[in-house]
Design a protein around this ligand. Structure first.
Ligand code: NG1
Length: 535
């Protein structure tokens, strides 16, 4: 069986990953685009607000650096995951899309002071200055929550792509509009934008260079961003960076992790719908709650896979990221033995017959490894706290969610051709969205990654006209995504404002609400925009 992908050894020479790394036209070896108009970045409906925002960013930059030309602006968006939750680290496909909300880094390249000055448009984040000569040896302390760490992770990524890169002096102003801890991948977007800013500045300053175009290919950007995000302590899987870099307007991205990382855009073939993202305003911080939430789920799904392999005589599974076997590995091993997915689910129910879960002592019995061995292998790198492992429920969620992703993609690929009229489209959208709602139910009941506020928004959404709704991202807080009829989207947003935000957060500012809930569409991924852009 082919080995699962492993990003621990990034491409170090700037050479492109193998051509099969990404497929689907827009992917293969294409460079991150350089763009000169905002209308090529944002949709018509998003453009007026973005024009204003970009205008203020440029004005702030000019106030900070009145005598400097704005060389370029690097942009990477956040993402919302439409379907496929908590299955990327089991190596099953997921279906995110890039969103309008993004991180912008306005950059002046030049000067001779040998420094990078990093300003943030948000006054909560103080200005930081780095000596370029020290950057190669700078270690990032992941235990300290420092905003500029994400930029430094981007520097590490740029240096891993080209260790000999001569980083020039840079003056930067950052404007990030993706709420943090909301499940929209603000950190991945920040790392991708930073990496892009550095490699573009290197290209712009290179002797004899006449432009900064073609500074990095999209696969190189994704691959190095995934590795460099690990410097800030997140064992990230690849979904977020792929969506941020490869986003295509009007398309979702099917991101595959097995046998290799691959992103394929899938067009939405219906028109009469919109996605609404609504943040619970419950901040889910993976760094803090990892031992009882995110990291525990990684351990539970990994151990479930290892136990199934042992109990069903499947032999050793391929190891993901030096950690352990995956449920994808189990499914593939059963496939070659003629057992289909329904058969695998039956095995899960047989092997994990105890609904109440398994203590560590019982896990020792099932796996045939000592307690010390299990603790060292699976619970030391990312420590966890638990009473009983819920192998049965977690494994069933993963297998069923993987099937839902397949079904959703099939529906997208065979759009409502057979129902040409609006009624047909509505029926089609309802069917599509019901898969999303089923995913939420499974996240809540089997994977236990929802929370009261997520459940409340999902119920409100369904009661107020959404075709389907679910949590998106890691869960335990963060955001929901709802598929709603296009002509009802504005009314729907008003409803949620009243029934959720104003009810639970009386006195909340209009600005905060507008940050929390928005209509979004599948947007363009990373891009470099020229300093003298037009609208
Ligand atoms: P969030 O926390 O929403 O960015 C996380 C993981 C994803 C995936 C989802 C759950 C990171 C950076 N991201 O997303 O890879 O596992 O949870 O589907 O860890």
């Amino acid at each position: 069986m082919p080995r699962s992908f492993d990003f621990s050894t990034p491409t170090s020479t700037g050479s492109s990953p193998p051509s099969e790394f990404f497929e689907g036209g827009v992917g293969a070896s294409s460079f991150v685009p350089v763009i000169s108009t905002l209308s090529a970045v944002y949709s018509k409906s998003a453009l007026p607000a973005q024009e204003q925002r970009w205008g203020s960013l440029v004005a702030s930059f000019k106030r900070l650096y009145p005598n400097e030309e704005l060389t370029f602006i690097a942009r990477s968006p956040g993402r919302v995951n439409l379907i496929g939750e908590h299955i990327d680290y089991s190596l099953f496909d997921v279906l995110p899309m890039a969103i309008t909300q993004d991180v912008l880094i306005a950059v002046h390249v030049g000067g001779s002071e040998g420094k990078i000055v990093l300003n943030n448009a948000d006054p909560r984040f103080p200005t930081r200055t780095f000596n370029i000569a020290d950057l190669k040896d700078t270690e990032i302390d992941a235990t300290v929550h420092e905003w500029s760490n994400y930029f430094l992770a981007g520097v590490k990524g740029a240096l891993s792509l080209n260790p000999l890169a001569e980083i020039p002096s840079m003056h930067c102003l950052i404007d990030g509009r993706i709420p943090t801890g909301s499940g929209l991948s603000s950190s991945s977007a920040f790392v991708c934008a930073s990496l892009l800013a550095i490699v573009t500045a290197v290209k712009a300053a290179a002797p004899g260079s006449e432009s900064f175009a073609n500074a990095v290919t999209k696969p190189d950007l994704v691959q190095s961003a995934v590795v460099s995000e690990r410097h800030v302590g997140v064992n990230s899987g690849g979904m977020d960076q792929s969506a941020s870099v490869f986003g295509v307007p009007g398309h979702a991205l099917r991101v595959q992790f097995y046998p290799e990382l691959k992103a394929t855009p899938i067009a939405f073939q219906a028109d009469e719908f919109a996605f609404v993202i609504a943040n619970t305003l419950v901040v889910a911080d993976k760094h803090v709650t990892g031992p009882i939430h995110y990291n525990l789920r990684v351990v539970e799904t990994t151990l479930a896979a290892e136990i199934l392999a042992k109990q069903c005589g499947l032999g050793p599974l391929p190891i993901r990221d030096g950690f352990g076997g995956t449920l994808r590995g189990v499914v593939e091993a059963f496939k070659v033995r003629g057992v289909d997915i329904a058969g695998v689910m039956d095995k899960v129910k047989q092997v994990f017959s105890k609904q109440e879960g398994y203590t560590l002592a019982e896990t020792v019995q099932l796996l045939g490894q000592s307690e010390i061995e299990i603790t060292q292998k699976y619970m030391t790198r990312f420590p966890v706290r638990f009473e009983r492992f819920q192998f049965r429920a977690r494994a069933l969620h993963v297998l069923e969610e993987a099937e839902r992703v397949k079904k959703y993609c099939e529906m997208l690929n065979h759009a409502p051709a057979e129902h040409g009229d609006i009624d047909g489209e509505e029926k089609y959208l309802r069917a599509l969205a019901s898969i999303m709602t089923a995913s939420h139910t499974s996240c809540r009941d089997l994977f236990d990654c929802s929370c009261a506020q997520l459940d409340e928004i999902v119920s409100l959404a369904l009661a107020n006209g959404a075709y389907g709704s679910r949590l998106s991202g890691a869960g335990w807080g963060g955001a929901t995504v709802s598929l709603v009829p296009k002509d009802k989207a504005v009314e729907f947003v008003q409803c949620l404002k009243k029934e959720y935000y104003l009810k639970h957060f009386p006195g909340i500012s209009e600005e905060k609400i507008n940050d929390a809930i928005c209509i979004t569409e599948p947007a363009l991924g990373s891009a470099v925009v020229v300093g003298n852009y037009s609208v």
